[in-house]
Design a binder for this molecule. Structure first.
Ligand SMILES: [Zn+2]
Ligand SMILES: [Zn+2]
Length: 550
């Protein structure tokens, strides 16, 4: 057998090298999917795939015995460098030889050689494009597995309520399960594993992993992968639950309907793949989820207070339905309802109602702006029980390295948003014609129009037309007439009366033109300025004159 493998390995290497040269680097894109027989995986260990390596092998069940294992199809995950096509060419050679029936390469990882990062490519659907999906009849577009998981608890809970009495012990058990599985998602899946916002001891990790699975929202690895894509590509087509496709799409539509393959943007989950607990939970997801979501509560309810049906309806189905909807609200409600306190660049909002139903995940605008902060609600009065649990566990050494964003940076974000809001409010107010859009007027223009009967006053090089304001001037019309055709800057700014802010705002409405000194005067201003006037009118003289005029 070993000799046969070695001989075959040599043949494959020769063929693949020739093929690789023939097809060049484009092979990466030409052969995106494969299922390779198990012996190729063995060859992998002999160094066949120099341009990459097989990362995971998921053998198909049902074929037994040595030869069955050797020749059956297996799903593999391949790490491949984009600039090396050898691993793909091997697959193409095998495919062309049709060595074993159905053969497609499943490239589930891409290696970004430039940045040293490894990305996982989603394999949520076998459908390649949106077009493929739209051509399908409606019922075939539904992802029946997800739909069943989402709607079974709802239907079972509603029907069960009519037939099964709720005992207080079962209610307490349901609440305990609700809190544990809810925290499994928020404190575990979300803040610990998706964002690494704190570190947790192994016991706490185990608790969060087991009860997080009981929420029936997928494995940590799957959930975090989607959530990281949500943050990285928020509000774009690569966001798995982008709210711009609709509230209900973000809530549950993205799970109910099949998605095009690879639609979700790529993210780095190297850390998750290297975490033994996460991979254990990923590989054993179903038994763990069933164990902690069903077996545990039903067993407790049955053997402790003889309530099998209550345990099933309330502690399993009811609890699961509520946790589902609470988590889904983070994707829908937290991207629809509330205020944007820290950023207006994405559709995330802060709202206490969302916080109440999501274990404190409702301060989502803060979270999107500072995702590595272990808190979502940063004020003491904001409802964030997940934060309280992480903080409380810290007192007993169960959590550590709680990441908090610097206060100064948080203040910056708040002030910037406030500034944006103020700028927007300013835009909605009539501030008069902007100075930069005003025409220019010379002294001759002002004098001519004044002689024609208009009341023009110059203040700080702006010409104001105040005819309409004459009767409303709090200081009386005479003083305005006195300054007609003159520069009243000094008088306006304190020499006669230091006008209020309201008066200055009002003045903006009477802007007529920019006053410019005409070049024809050769530097000799013919305009009677306030400064020049002071040569002839001292302040007391001016006041007396004004009184006389009045
Ligand atoms: Zn979000
Ligand atoms: Zn997040």
């Amino acid at each position: 057998m070993i000799i046969a493998i070695l001989v075959f390995r040599s043949i494959i290497i020769v063929l693949s090298t020739c093929f690789s040269k023939a097809i060049g680097g484009d092979a990466v894109d030409r052969c995106p999917r494969t299922k390779i027989p198990f012996w190729v995986v063995i060859l992998n260990h002999f160094g066949l795939f120099e341009g990459g390596r097989v990362e995971e092998v998921a053998m198909r069940r049902g074929v037994k015995g040595f030869w069955g294992r050797v020749f059956q199809d297996v799903d593999i995950q391949v790490i491949a460098e984009r600039d090396s096509s050898r691993v793909y060419s091997v697959a193409l050679v095998l495919h062309s030889l049709e060595f074993v029936g159905r053969m497609t390469v499943s490239v589930d990882h891409e290696y970004d050689a430039n940045h040293g990062l490894r990305y996982e490519v989603t394999k949520s659907s076998k459908y390649v494009t949106d077009g493929d999906l739209k051509d399908l009849p409606f019922f075939q577009r539904i992802n029946w597995l997800s739909t069943t998981i989402i709607f079974t608890p709802l239907i079972a809970f509603i029907l069960g309520m009519f037939f099964v009495e709720l005992k207080w012990q079962t209610l307490l058990l349901a609440i305990a399960q609700y809190i544990l599985s809810g925290l499994g998602i928020t404190a575990g899946y979300h803040r610990l594993w998706s964002h690494k916002s704190y570190k947790a001891g192994m016991f706490l990790q185990l608790v969060l992993a087991c009860w997080g699975a009981a929420a029936f929202e997928g494995s940590i690895r799957w959930w975090c992968r989607n959530h990281r894509a949500h943050h990285r590509y928020v509000d774009t087509d690569k966001d798995p639950y982008a709210v711009h496709k609709g509230f209900w799409y973000a809530h549950l539509g993205w799970m109910v309907f099949k998605q095009e393959k690879g639609r979700s943007g790529r993210v780095d989950i190297t850390d998750l793949n290297e975490d033994k607990l996460i991979m254990w939970q990923h590989k054993n997801y179903l038994p763990i989820a069933i164990g902690f979501a069903f077996v545990l509560p039903v067993t407790l309810a049955t053997f402790c207070w003889n309530d099998f049906w209550g345990g099933l309806v309330y502690a399993c189905m009811g609890r699961m339905f509520i946790v589902h909807q609470a988590t889904f609200c983070v994707n829908s409600l937290a991207h629809t309802l509330g205020s944007q306190t820290y950023s207006t660049e994405h559709t995330s909002y802060d709202h206490v109602i969302t916080a109440l139903v999501t274990f404190g995940e409702g301060y989502h605008n803060y979270h999107h702006e500072f995702p590595h902060d272990y808190r979502n609600g940063i004020r003491w009065y904001q409802f964030d029980p997940t934060k309280w649990v992480i903080r409380f566990s810290n007192l007993f050494g169960m959590t550590s390295s709680l990441l908090v964003f610097p206060d100064n940076e948080i203040k910056k974000a708040r002030v910037q948003v406030k500034q944006q809001q103020l700028d927007q409010q300013k835009k909605e107010i009539d501030w008069g014609r902007p100075v930069e859009t005003l025409d220019e007027m010379t002294w001759q223009d002002v004098r001519r129009r004044t002689e024609e009967g208009e009341i023009l006053v110059v203040i700080e090089n702006i010409v104001y037309k105040v005819d309409e304001f004459l009767a409303h001037h709090p200081g009386g019309p005479q003083i305005l007439k006195f300054w007609k055709g003159r520069d009243a800057s000094l008088a306006f700014n304190g020499e006669t009366y230091n006008h209020s802010k309201a008066a200055r705002n009002l003045l903006m409405n009477f802007r007529l033109a920019k006053y410019v000194t005409p070049s024809s005067t050769n530097g000799r201003s013919a305009f009677v300025s306030g400064k020049r006037l002071t040569l002839f009118f001292s302040l007391p003289r001016l006041c007396r004159l004004v009184e006389k005029l009045e």
